[in-house]
Design a protein around this ligand. Structure first.
Ligand code: ROI
Length: 162
């Protein structure tokens, strides 16, 4: 049975735009994919690191949550993932943000993703994909951070060629 999932994409090391394009192509091997606009976003965490490129992908997939997580972690490794420090710069982050309506909590996974509602670089791209999306009983479009986002649009939905 197919489930609508949302995957957060982030990169601030290497050729971030190309890295995200390749990540979307890999996601498309797991099901039907749509992408948000492409954003540039100031780092959350240490400020002495480059800005991030961020986007969100909608993936409709038959994979179970942990099987999907395995694939996301494989794609991160294949991209030559480097993570220099906690809260620091990284080549590619693929975060399982939302898995249908499910709430999941185990050693490997918390879904919906912790901190999702506080991160404009996740909330704004999610709204591109579903303007009425509700997470943890919260309409994302009603969050105050939507009114003063710190991120800027780099490209429309066609950036990923998907
Ligand atoms: N900051 C931004 N702007 N975008 C990210 O994707 C991102 N990812 C992270 C931390 C280090 C929390 N900061 C980020 O993992």
């Amino acid at each position: 049975m197919s489930t609508v999932t949302y995957i957060g994409l982030g990169s601030n090391l290497g050729d971030s735009r190309q890295i995200l394009i390749e990540a979307v192509q890999k996601l498309a091997t797991l099901g039907a994919v749509k992408t948000s606009k492409l954003y540039q976003s100031p780092p959350m965490g240490p400020q002495d690191q480059p800005n991030y490129l961020n986007a969100v992908a909608e993936l409709v997939t038959d994979l179970a949550p942990l099987a999907l997580l395995d694939q996301l972690q494989r794609f991160e490794q294949e991209s030559g993932r480097v993570r220099l420090r906690r809260w620091g710069e990284r080549t590619l982050d693929l975060d399982l943000l939302v898995y249908g309506q499910q709430q999941i909590q185990n050693e490997r996974l918390t879904v919906p993703h912790v901190g999702l509602l506080e991160r404009d670089f996740v909330v704004i791209p999610l709204l591109d994909l579903d303007a009425n999306i509700e997470i943890k009983a919260q309409q994302l479009k009603d969050l105050p951070l939507v009114q003063h986002p710190t991120l800027s649009v780099l490209d429309d939905e066609s950036w990923s060629n998907i």
